[in-house]
Each structure stands twice: as C-alpha cells, then as structure tokens.
Design a protein around this ligand. Structure first.
Ligand SMILES: [Cu+2]
Length: 136
C-alpha cells in the first residue's frame, strides 16, 4: 500500500510557513517525548484541545463568554492542524478566532472575548476535524 507523501511537497507546507500569527503565542515544547502525557503546565482555566491521528479529542468546546481565556493546543501529529472558531459550520460565517496550523507541538494562545453563544470550530487543513463551541 503506497505511503502517503510527506514533507515539503505537501500543500500544507505553505500553510504552515508562519506558525505564530499572534505575538502572544507561547511555544511550550512538549517536555517528555515518547507518548507521555504532557506536563500540566497550562495556565489556570485553560481550554485544552488535543489533536491525534487527525482527530480532535473533543467535538464540543465549552469556553467562558465575555472574557479572555487561554487555549492550549496539543498537536500530537506530524500533520499540521489548527483551530478556527467561526459563527457557522465549515468555512461559512465569520471568523471569531483562529491560528495558523502547527505540527507536532503544543502552543498556548490567548483568546479574546467571545460573546455568549454557540459557534463552530474546525481544522482548516482537515475540515472533517470539527465540532461545536459553547461560550457561556
Ligand atoms: Cu488538521
């Protein structure tokens, strides 16, 4: 069975050229390798999302409304993933929050105030990686 192409010829390569669009991005090199669980070094109250095997570990994010919060994204894959929060599913609606795709790393981002309500999130590289967001 043919191996999937990897490396610089991937269309994802251009997407990941800038891993941190926000100056607020803090890179936390995942401390322990070899599949160990990440150290619980995230800010208090952080919303934590894992990506593994092209799947998010949750299909519903519950986030605080009307207040800034930290989003910790743990990408356990070599594939690039990101999270975009939008007002409608898929690529429809307005972008509420997003960051550029990253691969094989953990990042912690500061998310600005989101009005109370229901939203959608997806990985823009793999739109089937998706779910809902409840800001309450
Ligand atoms: Cu993805």
């Amino acid at each position: 069975m043919p191996a999937a192409p990897r490396g610089s010829t991937s269309p994802a390569a251009s997407v990941r050229r800038r891993s941190w669009i926000l100056g607020l991005v803090v890179i936390l090199l995942a401390g322990c390798g070899g599949g160990a669980t990440p150290a619980p070094s995230f800010p208090p109250g952080a919303v934590v999302v894992h990506a593994r095997n092209r799947t998010f570990d949750t299909t519903q994010l519950i986030v605080p409304a009307e207040t800034e919060f930290s989003l910790a994204f743990v990408n356990e894959d070599g594939d690039s993933h990101n999270i975009a929060i939008r007002t409608k599913s898929g690529f429809d609606g307005d972008v509420v929050f997003r960051f550029d795709p990253v691969s094989a790393r953990t990042i912690v981002l500061s998310v600005g105030k989101i009005p109370k309500g229901s939203y959608f999130f997806l990985c823009e590289v793999h739109p089937n990686m998706s779910g809902t967001v409840l800001a309450r």
